[in-house]
Design a protein around this ligand. Structure first.
Ligand code: 5GP
Ligand code: MN
Length: 338
């Protein structure tokens, strides 16, 4: 961050600060906003986190998670908090368009905005720490606190939030951008008292029986296309209703397709429960760029190996469109080395 000293100066006086994660916040989005807000509170700031919409139960055990304002449920209150903010942190996303009406409120606000994020093609903000090579915004929050000279302020609570974001965004430390520096950060979090078994249990082993049944249904729908090294799955609205699918229940399902020998591309199509569109998750291995794929064909984006998008066609038409696209990418998929 070129103007880091100026930001440091801004943070030397107590302020009302609002922190915002992206829509459908994941472990890194919630972990980074919580870690940063606990840290800023220690500096004497008054912090509020405002999420555009709700997030899964498996992230609500983190300290402060239940105090996060949900704009979808309390729009008036959240809008006023943004109006009153003297400084705004934008974490784990970099495009105002990713946060719906919260983005409109943000655009009306003239206070300085700080963006810390690892996605590609950031919008312009007053203070920016952008690094697409880092696997998690939580690792960047750690780096930020270190640059502030405040590593000693990272207590067990903050360390747990940072670990959760790094653990989830690296797929439990297995994606290619997981590095020695990631592990060094995590080693320091251990020194600050984290208990990994507790965190892992809270995030992964709190599922309902229905979620596993829903997974069964999704795996049943799996179509394997060995000649394209691709697997895709789908889930309709009715199926979600049948197993009373909750927010976050489908998280991680898409990864199963990458477990097939030699496969490099996995996709899941999930019909939205309220609105007429299909939410799509893309995952890949190696240099097959799903960010590019999602941007170009499905109005989305993300990272090289994990991206999301949407389709306004129905399920059948969406899958048809996808299958036709696959033929165009056949050679590229064949060439991926593992
Ligand atoms: P997921 O498939 O878990 O929803 O998203 C995977 C990754 O892609 C995440 O990093 C997420 O932030 C990003 N992503 C998901 N949906 C969209 C989208 O509609 N637009 C953009 N730009 N990124 C997305
Ligand atoms: Mn992230």
């Amino acid at each position: 961050m070129e103007n880091f000293q100026e930001l440091k100066q801004l943070l030397s006086q107590p302020k009302k600060i609002v922190l915002i994660p992206h829509r459908n916040p994941d472990g890194d989005a919630i972990g980074s906003t919580l870690a940063m807000s606990h840290y800023l509170a220690k500096l004497g700031h008054e912090c509020e986190i405002i999420a555009p919409n709700d997030f899964p139960k498996f992230l609500k055990w983190m300290e402060g998670a239940r105090k996060i304002g949900i704009a979808e449920y309390n729009p008036a209150k959240c809008r006023i908090q943004i109006e009153k903010a003297e400084l705004i942190f934008i974490l784990d996303f970099n495009n105002i368009s990713r946060i719906d009406e919260v983005g409109d409120w943000l655009q009306r606000s003239t206070v300085p905005k700080v963006m810390i994020d690892h996605h590609q093609d950031p919008d312009q903000f007053d203070y920016m720490y952008s690094d697409v090579n880092l696997p998690a915004t939580c690792q960047m929050v750690y780096n930020f606190i270190e640059a502030m000279g405040h590593l000693d302020l990272i207590d067990k609570t903050i360390a747990e939030c940072i670990y959760t974001g790094i653990m989830t965004d690296t797929g439990n430390f297995r994606f290619r951008n997981t590095s020695a520096s990631t592990h060094r950060v995590v080693a320091d979090l251990f020194d600050r008292g984290i208990e990994v078994d507790k965190i892992y249990n809270n995030v992964f082993d709190t599922q309902s029986p229905n979620r596993l049944k829903l997974l069964g249904l999704v795996l049943e729908s799996l179509q394997a296309m060995p000649e394209h090294r691709t697997a895709y799955m789908h889930l309709t609205r009715e199926e979600q209703l049948e197993f009373s699918s909750q927010k976050g229940d489908t998280e991680g399902f898409v990864n199963y397709g990458l477990g097939i020998n030699n496969f490099v591309f996995s996709v899941i199509f999930i019909e939205d429960q309220q609105h007429d569109f299909i939410k799509i998750s893309f995952r890949s291995k190696g240099n097959f760029d799903v960010n590019n794929f999602a941007r170009k064909h499905f109005n989305g984006g993300g990272h090289i190996n994990a991206a999301g998008g949407r389709s306004d066609l129905n399920m059948e038409e969406t899958i048809q469109k996808f299958r036709e696209l696959l033929d165009i990418y056949k050679e590229e998929l064949e060439e991926v080395t593992l």
